[in-house]
Each structure stands twice: as structure tokens, then as C-alpha cells.
Write a protein that binds this ligand. Structure first.
Ligand SMILES: Cc1ncc(COP(=O)(O)O)c(C=O)c1O
Length: 482
């Protein structure tokens, strides 16, 4: 957002866009929200969108598109093979990352599947600052293991570290020394580290990771799905880059990597994905998997209309007014909640406002999924759909025991340019009310637990009758308000 000062001295995030298409919202009464949450197995993924007032589940594929993206979709070149749309997208990715090759994939996890299938063998280890759910699932499915090497500040909910997504370089060196470079098919850097609160890495840290990889001859891969937020934070927080245009930061980042993959549901503000590749040999290794899993090489499972929107969206990623909107709204929400005493992750990252469920519900044991319970409670309290990012989102250990997450977070994602500040104020208000009534909230237990990615479609039940008590308190406090 541009530098606009308010005469009042109050600094509010100011939208540098106007809204020209709207969608009507509904807020079911609290009694209906209780019923709907239970019909959805207390899993916010299983709610119907029509029953959700503020959908803060994710920013994936639900950001508002610009007029330029919408109009670009009309010129899409429908062809199974050799479409002009593909050429435009490949050229845009090349322009952005300066890599010669581009393979399309239908979304981020599809790119992860191709990458893992091409490079992983049983017993391999993939070091990364932090895992993402689908990344880890593909690596472990192939008999590999993930090693998380994030700096210790990244796993603390509150501190003043500007780059909580950084790699711990000495631990990376030590790991390579221990397992040997030949067991490491690649090192993965995740920009805007999703599961620890959308926290960025510094350009300096990426350079240090690249130097280690170069010394040991290990390939370096960037998951750029959340790069747009990370670029903004580098510009804001890294003194060297303060006066640089975003374009220059992208150049400096991209030149460090051998492969850059992304979910275009996030980067590019549309729906799709892809893999940019520096060397021919890597392209050859992954190329034949695209027609097998995705679709022909010039669409990779994407609609050509979406591909045209991604081309424009990637350009918009270089526009500070566009990429600052999310982080600034998130900073506002986290700051307001913090001011009201609600425990949130600070400094605020990208992607969404993250509530620290461990501190919010310190009476609920991790075995009863405090972040999942908080997600269910917030839907009941306000019709707001967040996403559990804690133990529920983990995979069980091989022996079937729980792997307790380092952080129990409720993520309230901020889809870009979708909600107004008064809607964000409403969300702040309902979270605050819930915090004041937190002792009423109890835990959850699984009634149906899938063995893979259980958070997506597992079903849970409340432990005890806490949800009915929460509804009764809501009625007592809010009268006939929705
Ligand atoms: C960092 C990161 N990597 C990969 C993915 C997977 O992308 P997709 O949802 O398009 O499959 C996501 C999605 O949220 C992500 O945040």
C-alpha cells in the first residue's frame, strides 16, 4: 500500500483498489452454527461455504482477481498442445526467475509430486526450514524423511525476530556432515513458511543456504508459493533491500536456486502451479512425469483461462500496492488482538493472522487438539472459518503415536482484497469475545481418522457438552444478534 498518512494520526491499512464485483454473504444464527459445525465433524474443511460468513480458511485460490486478470482470461488460446497461452506463461516465468525451462502443474502439490518422484529414493533426507503438509506427505510416501532446520525463534510464538523462517545454518552443515551429501537429493527453502505463521526468510539467509549447498554440490529448491509475502517482508525488514524495487529482490532470490516451484493458487493470484528449472538435465528428469500425472506439457492440468490470469498475476506480484495488502491487513488484525490481550504470533507474518492456541486454551491438552477446538469454537462464535495448524495437521509417527506439533495455531487467512476492514473488525471482536469466554471451550476427539492428510477430511466430536454452553453464553451476551 502506498505511503498515505492520516491527519488523525491513526494509521489504518488503506486499500489501493476498489471493489467492482461482490458476492452476498450470509451469517446463520448461532444455534445453526452449532448444528452445522457438528454436521461437518468439527472440521472446518467440511463446512459448506454457503454457511460461512468470513472464510479465513486459506488464501489459496480465493484471492480476488484484478480487472486485468479477468480480461486476460478472455484471450486464452484453447489448444491441447502448443497453445499461445502456455508460451505467454512460460515466457513470464522465465522473465521473473531467469530460468530457461518451465513445466506446468495443476497446483503446488502436483509440482511437489513431480519433484519428489523424480529425485527421491528410500532413505533420502530432505532438509528444509519447515515442512508443508503436502510436501512432507510426498517425501515420506517415497520412503524419504524431512529434516526441519528452522531457527529456534521460528518456533516461539512471540519474539522480535524479523525473519523467523530462516534456516539454522550450523544445523544444516551438521546434518550434511552426519547423513552425507549423497543422501540429500535437494535442500528445500520455503518462502513465507506456511505452518509457522507465514514467517519470512531473509535474502541473506537464503544466500547462506545457497553457499552451503554449492560447497557440497547439493541442489537447491525454492517453494515460492508464498514468495510474494516474503518479498514484501524482505523489503520492509532487510536494511540492504529497503530501497530496492521488488523486481531486484526477485532477481537476487532467483539466482540462488536450481529449481523454483510454486502454487499459483497463491503466487500469481489464480489457480494452477508450475516448476521453473535452470538446467536441461533437471528438466529432462521431471518432464516425462507431467503428461503422466498432470496433462500435456503445454497445460499441465490447468485451464488456459487460469494460465492467462497467472501471467498477469505474476506481473502484479512485482507491484508493492498489491503484495502489501495482505501483510498490512494481517499486521493490523494481529496488532489489535494483541492490544486486547489475545495471544497471537508476533511479529505478524504473511498469509494470515495466527492465534496461539496453546496460550489461548492452556487448559486443553495437545492430545485433544486445542487449535482444532479453537477453530470449531470460532465458527460457532462468529461464523468465521479458520484452519487448524497444529497437531491435527501433523501425520502420526510410524508407531501410531501422535506427533505433537511445536506450535498449536489457528490460522485466520487473509484472502487478498476480499474482506473490508469492518469485516476484519468483526473477526477481531468475535475472537476477543471467545478469548474472554475461553474457559468454556473444551477439546476434540477423532471419530473418523484418515491415515493420510487427516486434517482435510477427518471427523471429530467435542469432549463433553462445551459447545452447547458456549452457545448459551453467546445468547446471554449478544441477545438476538446473529
Ligand atoms: C508453501 C506451500 N507449498 C505448497 C503448497 C501446496 O499448494 P497447492 O495447495 O496449490 O497444492 C502450499 C499450499 O498452501 C503452500 O502454502
Amino acid at each position: 500500500m502506498a505511503n498515505v498518512k492520516f491527519h488523525s494520526g491513526r494509521q489504518l491499512p488503506l486499500e489501493m483498489h476498489k471493489v467492482r464485483i461482490v458476492q452476498k454473504l450470509f451469517l446463520p444464527p448461532v444455534e445453526a452454527r452449532l448444528r452445522l459445525m457438528n454436521e461437518a465433524g468439527n472440521n472446518t474443511f467440511l463446512l459448506q461455504n454457503k454457511d460461512v460468513f468470513m472464510d479465513m480458511l486459506t488464501d489459496s485460490g480465493v484471492n480476488a482477481m484484478s480487472d486485468l486478470q479477468q480480461s486476460a482470461m478472455l484471450r486464452a488460446d484453447d489448444a491441447y498442445a502448443g497453445s499461445e497461452t502456455y508460451n505467454r506463461l512460460a515466457a513470464k516465468v522465465r522473465e521473473l526467475f531467469h530460468m530457461d525451462y518451465f513445466l506446468p502443474a495443476h497446483q503446488g502439490r502436483a509440482a511437489e509430486n513431480v519433484l519428489a518422484t523424480a529425485y527421491l529414493k528410500p532413505g533420502d533426507v530432505v532438509p528444509m526450514n519447515f515442512h508443508f503438509t503436502t510436501t512432507k506427505a510426498h517425501i515420506t510416501r517415497l520412503g524419504g524423511a524431512v529434516e526441519e532446520l528452522i531457527v529456534k525463534e521460528g518456533l516461539e510464538a512471540v519474539n522480535d525476530c524479523p525473519f523467523k523462517g530462516n534456516f539454522d545454518i550450523p544445523r544444516l552443515e551438521a546434518l550434511i556432515g552426519k547423513v552425507g551429501a549423497e543422501k540429500i537429493p535437494f535442500v528445500r527453502v520455503e518462502a513465507g513458511t506456511n505452518l509457522v505463521g507465514g514467517q519470512p526468510l531473509s535474502l541473506q539467509n537464503m544466500r547462506e543456504v545457497a553457499a552451503v549447498c554449492n560447497r557440497h554440490g547439493i541442489k537447491l529448491v525454492l517453494d515460492a508459493s508464498l514468495l510474494q509475502d516474503n518479498l514484501w517482508f524482505i523489503k520492509q525488514r532487510e536494511p540492504e533491500c529497503r530501497d530496492w524495487p521488488i523486481r531486484r529482490i526477485v532477481d537476487e532470490v532467483a539466482k540462488l536456486f536450481d529449481i523454483i516451484y510454486f502454487s499459483a493458487r497463491k503466487l500469481g493470484f489464480a489457480r494452477g502451479g508450475g516448476i521453473a528449472i535452470r538446467d536441461k538435465a533437471d528438466e529432462v528428469r521431471m518432464k516425462e512425469l507431467i503428461p503422466l500425472y498432470e496433462g500435456f506439457l503445454t497445460y499441465g492440468g490447468m485451464s488456459v483461462r487460469e494460465m492467462e490470469a497467472i501471467v498477469v498475476g505474476l506481473d502484479e506480484t512485482l507491484d508493492e500496492d498489491v503484495i502489501s495488502q495482505g501483510p498490512q491487513f494481517i499486521e493490523y488484525m494481529a496488532g489489535e488482538l494483541h492490544r486486547r490481550g489475545v495471544p497471537v504470533v508476533l511479529p505478524a507474518g504473511g498469509l494470515g493472522c495466527h492465534i496461539n492456541a496453546t496460550a489461548f486454551l492452556d487448559h486443553i491438552p495437545q492430545s485433544q487438539y486445542p487449535a482444532g477446538a479453537l477453530a470449531a469454537a470460532l465458527y460457532i462464535a462468529g461464523g468465521i472459518r479458520g484452519m487448524e495448524r497444529g497437531t491435527l495437521s501433523e501425520q502420526r509417527n510410524e508407531d501410531g503415536s501422535e506427533r505433537f506439533a511445536e506450535l498449536e495455531l489457528l490460522r485466520l487467512a487473509m484472502p487478498r482484497r476480499v474482506y473490508t476492514l469492518s469485516q476484519v473488525e468483526y473477526a477481531i471482536d468475535r475472537v476477543q469475545w471467545l478469548y474472554e469466554n475461553r474457559r468454556l471451550v473444551g477439546g476434540l476427539t477423532f471419530v473418523e481418522e484418515p491415515s493420510v492428510l487427516r486434517f482435510f477430511f477427518g471427523r471429530l466430536a467435542p469432549v463433553g457438552d462445551w459447545q452447547e454452553k458456549l452457545v448459551a453464553k453467546f445468547r446471554a451476551d449478544f441477545g438476538d444478534s446473529l
